[in-house]
Write a protein that binds this ligand. Structure first.
Ligand code: SAH
Length: 398
């Protein structure tokens, strides 16, 4: 987009934005662009299909090896080329060295729910840290994993840190360290596949996926293509970066979109999700509805219930009005309420159960599909960024 404003107008707008930030009591500015950082070593998964073939040829190998390596890395549970025994030994060591650098090193693992919830803190090549959480459900003989069909969901990260500065989120308070490479995003999925058959993968770990758009979309293409995961089982969660939501709708990737709304009115959302000052609730909900129209995928609205902040009955009504307004109706959307997981030092806490129940009732009365998300892994700081934050501050040795 070209900016037709004069330098002075731009400066004035920036000053005004800063002032709004200050009024909102925010400590951190919103950051879209990651600070410059040395790129992680190039991994097979970072290469486009044609580049993989070219790389194999450049290494003096016949072209068919590319497809063979694809099959091993993207379709098997092994990410260790030295064990791909249908490749000649010399080839194995060469490709391990050239294309399969170790991207993730586990530095801390926490479990809950009788071992069926596992949260891993990973160190990246440059010392940055990210986390992913694997949740297995309906595991035979393990009542703590819940009943019903056997499923496994991986919650994984798209950035080290996050620039969106949401004040209730541990990751948001830590700021943006850097974007993850496609290889680093995919590697989290590969690691989980070593332990479970994944039915769902959700980009709800650290980071704002749509602020690392190119690498995230490439990872999504690998997941739905080479790796054979169903797009229906993939969810991308965003604070509501409207232009990127529109772009994603046009990618032909029918993944589920989740939008972290957390408030139905601009005044409150400006403080809870600061990027709202750029893309307001009407615009965000409009783009979410367009996403539904383009993909046929029902959109998920994430709403963290924060005691006496955003959980009033009047806000439930306002949320219903907002979602169903503009002739949109209710069939396109599903509201996912998440009791706030308080972060260390935060002045906010989860809603009282009776307020949460009333919030649900009000939405249901308006025929809006709504669920309260289970809080699995709460005792291991399952929500967003808390483990990495604790590790950085040295508190994780408790
Ligand atoms: N940046 C993306 C994805 C990562 S966060 C986004 O904001 O959607 C995944 C979800 O966890 C978001 O809905 C986020 O608002 C929510 N979240 C973050 N911190 C939380 C907390 N302390 N308690 C409850 N939900 C939280």
């Amino acid at each position: 987009m070209t900016d037709h404003r004069s330098e002075a107008e731009r400066a004035a707008a920036e000053a005004e934005e800063l002032e709004r930030h200050a009024r909102a009591g925010r400590v951190r500015p919103v950051v879209f662009k990651a600070p410059a950082a040395p790129a992680p070593p190039t991994h097979w998964a970072d290469l486009k299909p044609a580049e993989r073939v070219a790389a194999v040829l450049a290494a003096g190998l016949p072209k068919f090896r590319a497809a063979q390596i694809d099959r091993h890395y993207f379709r098997s549970n092994s990410d260790d080329p030295t064990r791909w025994t249908d490749l000649p030994t010399a080839v194995r060591t060469d490709i391990a060295r050239d294309f399969f650098p170790r991207l993730l090193t586990p530095i801390r693992v926490q479990t809950a729910d009788a071992g069926t919830t596992v949260k891993t803190l990973w160190r990246l090549h440059d010392g940055q840290m990210i986390e992913s959480v694997l949740m297995r459900y309906g595991v035979p003989g393990v009542p703590a994993s819940g009943s019903g069909r056997q499923r496994a969901t991986l919650c994984f990260s798209s950035q080290a840190g996050c620039g969106m500065a949401c004040p209730f989120c541990a990751t948001g308070q830590g700021g943006l360290r850097r974007n993850l490479s496609t290889g680093e995003i995919v590697a989290q999925v590969k690691e989980a596949q070593k332990v479970a058959r994944l039915t769902n993968v959700v980009l709800m770990g650290m980071g704002e996926p749509l602020a690392n758009y190119k690498r995230v979309v490439r990872a999504l293409r690998l997941m739905t293509g080479e790796m054979g995961l169903s797009a229906r089982g993939i969810t991308v969660s965003t604070v509501g970066l409207v232009p990127r939501m529109r772009e994603l709708a046009a990618e032909g990737l029918p993944v589920t979109l989740a939008v972290s709304l957390h408030a139905p009115d601009d005044e409150l959302r400006d403080t809870l999700v600061p990027v709202n000052q750029r893309f307001g609730v009407r615009e965000v909900v409009g783009a979410a509805h367009e996403y539904f129209q383009a993909t046929g995928r029902r959109v998920s609205i994430e709403y963290a219930l924060i005691r006496d902040v955003n959980d009033q009955a009047a806000r439930a009504d306002a949320l219903a009005d907002l979602l169903a307004g503009g002739g949109r109706g209710t069939g396109w959307v599903h509201v996912n309420l998440i009791p706030l997981n308080p972060t260390p030092g935060s002045r906010w806490t989860a809603s009282r159960p009776r307020d949460a129940d009333e919030f649900v009732r009000r939405l249901e009365r308006r025929r809006i599909a709504v669920t309260i998300r289970d809080t699995r892994g709460r005792e291991i700081d399952g929500a967003c960024g808390q483990l990495a934050a604790a590790e950085r501050s040295g508190a994780a040795s408790r």
